[in-house]
Design a protein around this ligand. Structure first.
Ligand code: FAD
Ligand code: MG
Length: 661
């Protein structure tokens, strides 16, 4: 297939522009058709991999039980408000007096929940590239291990937990093939274990209260894998949906629609109670979380505070955008982290073309308006560049042929490489794909430029200033340069500072190999907001979702997490396969790295598969086929698969929709 597609591409180049445009669309449609055929066949057996959401009838628990419990709101509010530089509404006056629109108040809460000071931002920098994968250091001797285990006391053993466990459980550290088999069996176990595994009750016979904070990759996978009928389970997140982040770039340029890449949290697991609110503070000593949400009566809205108690807490709040404290970024750049960011960016792209099309514009002004600057050449920056390039080369000749000569894309990268996580050859390939001269003669041959070793000093309304003294006038700037911690995470780390001591964690919660937060019994953290001691993992969806599945399965088995090494009982095995795999001690989390993917425009992508120590590198059209297949298979529901497949087909046949609302 790859060679026939390459032939097709080769023949396209020899055609004149108009017909090449048409056949480019044809090639795209052909590829999409072939892909859909393939996916249609594989869909039947991929479907069970979605994970099982227990479908027991809605339990009779009181829905807004938690809303009634109000207390201590002054405290956490003042704590958060200290972070709000220059926001007057954070003054001591009661928030009950603030009557405003729902949107304005929701935005106010969101701003508080994501704004960190620039020093905190720097201290907590979690750039993806900084992380090397690797097993931990095994520091403790066997004797010490035995002592620690015999103590078996939560808390006391925690500090040495991970290294101790690594030693004790080294026999359980699975080799790559064993890990693959283990994951397959685990999925099978999950499929077979329908029905309740019994209730997890406290001493008084009441179901344990399990609270989950966040609805992203980690928490969503957790929900899908947890038999929530065993717990009194509540999920709290300002976002009532899961978001498939890897396709945000496609959503921002109209390749897929926004709703195709989200799944309702209420669909994900019907045995969870969902509260639409933002957690503002976690109080591990009182075993409760403080929340804020907007409540409206008629036209009048106010911010409502309430607390929710927990016996067990799972934190998966993710990360925020890191601007490294560079002036002007927050004010003038677009981001690509939430679905609303993709929506804004899509509208802005449409708007910038319409603006550039207006009469009375000088040449210079038109070039500025059509200059797209993307800061950061990691996977997000590269994929956005690729999608934008497709948009320009596939849609603009139809609608804005006279604007083509003015379009520029500039990718700024502070380091000397793109796609840090890929092997060097693949990085070169990415550069070639992005900067390849377009087949349309009216576009500048070098309209896409990747500027390495270019770090941003300041962003002003229409110009970006670089540290090397140069400046770039721009129309749209997108910041895709790194992630950092959220205030709620930093606050909890501060509260647990005695235990949260690893300097490498940089703004993430230090957890052991069973995802238990050091210093906070009953609290677990996963995904981008967690850092596993002695087992540094990249901040990716792959890691977060594997951690979520792992924890969901362990909790469904009723693991006793109070033991230094969590243990389980033979009767907790939930299926025949589960009983075959049973070990008394729950194995620690182990990441199965399946490889990385990146789209590089015009039906080409990089796929770097990792099979143990071997890396298989695939680029070009075959890589693209792999990329689309994986993204299709990884959709979290059949509904999403159907919608994404339909969007791809729609784009291939009719192009992208340019209307703006
Ligand atoms: P998230 O998925 O970010 O979820 C956090 C959740 O917590 C959200 O629901 C949020 O609303 C909620 N929340 C936040 N604050 C609060 C609060 N105070 N109270 C309550 N709830 C809160 N990774 C890959 O592996 N492959 C890719 O191709 C890839 N592409 C990406 C492309 C883009 C554009 C982006 C932005 C990221 C990409 N990633 C990719 C990274 C991946 O999205 C993250 O690593 C992953 O989302 C982390 O999962 P998480 O559960 O920790 O956090
Ligand atoms: Mg999550």
């Amino acid at each position: 297939w790859s060679s026939s597609l390459d032939d097709l591409e080769g023949s396209l180049k020899t055609h004149p522009p108009t017909s090449s445009m048409r056949s480019a669309h044809g090639a795209y449609a052909l590829r999409s058709f072939l892909l859909l055929l393939l996916l249609g066949c594989s869909g039947a057996f991929l479907a069970p991999l979605h994970g099982r959401a227990t479908q027991a009838p809605e339990s009779s628990r009181c829905l807004l039980r938690a809303m009634g419990r109000k207390s201590g709101r002054g405290r956490h509010f003042s704590l958060l408000s200290t972070r709000m530089e220059g926001d007057e509404s954070s003054s001591s006056s009661s928030r009950k007096e603030v009557m405003n629109s729902r949107e304005a108040l929701t935005e106010q809460i969101a701003k508080r929940a994501t704004t960190v000071s620039s020093t905190e931002e720097k201290a907590g920098e979690v750039g993806l590239s900084q992380f090397e994968q690797g097993a931990g250091t095994e520091t403790l001797g066997r004797q010490e291990v035995a002592e620690e285990v015999s103590m078996g006391v939560w808390g006391q053993a925690m500090d040495k937990g991970t290294s101790m466990a690594l030693k004790e459980m080294s026999g359980l550290k699975l080799s790559f093939p064993a890990l693959v088999v283990d994951r397959a069996l685990s999925s099978l176990d999950e499929m077979l274990s329908f029905g309740s595994g019994g209730e997890r009750q406290d001493k008084a016979g009441v179901k344990k209260k399990l609270v989950v904070v966040g609805s992203g990759w980690g928490c969503h996978a957790f929900m899908k894998n947890l038999d929530a009928t065993q717990y009194d389970a509540t999920i709290i997140s300002p976002r009532n949906y899961f978001l498939f982040t890897p396709m945000l770039a496609g959503a921002a340029t109209g390749t897929v629609e926004l709703r195709s890449i989200t799944e309702s949290i209420r669909d994900a697991n019907k045995d969870f109670n969902y509260l639409e609110a933002t957690v503002t503070e976690i109080l591990p000593d009182k075993k409760k979380v403080s929340c804020q949400t907007v409540v409206c009566q008629g036209a009048q809205c106010s911010i409502n505070d309430f607390d929710v108690d927990y016996d067990m807490l799972v934190i998966g709040v993710g990360a925020s955008v890191n601007t490294f404290g560079i002036p002007g970024v927050k004010e003038h750049c677009y981001f690509l982290k939430q679905i609303s960011d993709a929506d804004l960016l899509r509208k802005a792209i449409g708007n910038t073309f319409e603006r550039a099309n207006l009469p009375d514009m000088t040449e210079e002004e038109r070039i500025r308006t059509l200059t797209f600057v993307i800061v950061g050449a990691g996977p997000t920056g590269v994929e956005l560049t690729a999608e934008l390039k497709d948009f320009i080369e596939e849609e603009c000749p139809k609608y804005y042929p006279h604007l083509l000569p003015y379009i520029r894309i500039k990718v700024l990268e502070a380091s000397d490489r793109v796609l840090m996580q890929f092997e060097q050859g693949m990085q070169q390939r990415a550069l070639q794909d992005l900067c390849r001269a377009p087949s349309l003669p009216s576009l500048q041959p070098d309209y896409v430029q990747v500027l390495l070793k270019s770090s941003v000093k300041e962003v002003k309304e229409s110009t970006i200033y670089l540290n090397d003294g140069t400046s770039i006038p721009y129309g749209i700037a997108v910041w895709a340069a790194g992630i950092g911690p959220l205030p709620v995470t930093l606050d909890l780390i501060k509260k647990l500072s005695e235990y949260q001591t690893d300097p490498q964690a940089r703004g993430r919660l230090l957890v052991d190999r069973w995802l238990r937060v050091f210093g906070a019994p009953g609290v677990f953290a996963l995904g981008d907001c967690a850092f596993m001691r002695d087992y540094a993992l990249p901040a990716t969806a792959q890691v977060a979702s594997q951690q979520g599945s792992y924890l969901g399965q362990r909790m469904s088995e009723g693991c006793d997490f109070q033991q230094a090494i969590p243990s389980r009982k033979p009767e907790s095995a939930r299926s025949f396969v589960g009983s075959l795999r049973f070990t008394e001690h729950a194995p620690p989390f182990q990441f199965l790295n399946l490889g990385i993917l990146a789209y590089t425009s015009q039906g080409k992508a990089l796929a770097q598969l990792e099979l143990d120590k071997n890396k298989i590198q695939i680029a070009g059209a075959l890589g693209w086929l792999g990329w689309r297949s994986v993204y299709f298979a990884k959709q979290v529901s059949t509904r999403n698969q159907a919608m994404v497949a339909f969007d791809w087909l729609k784009t291939a046949i009719f192009g992208r929709d340019l209307t703006r609302f």
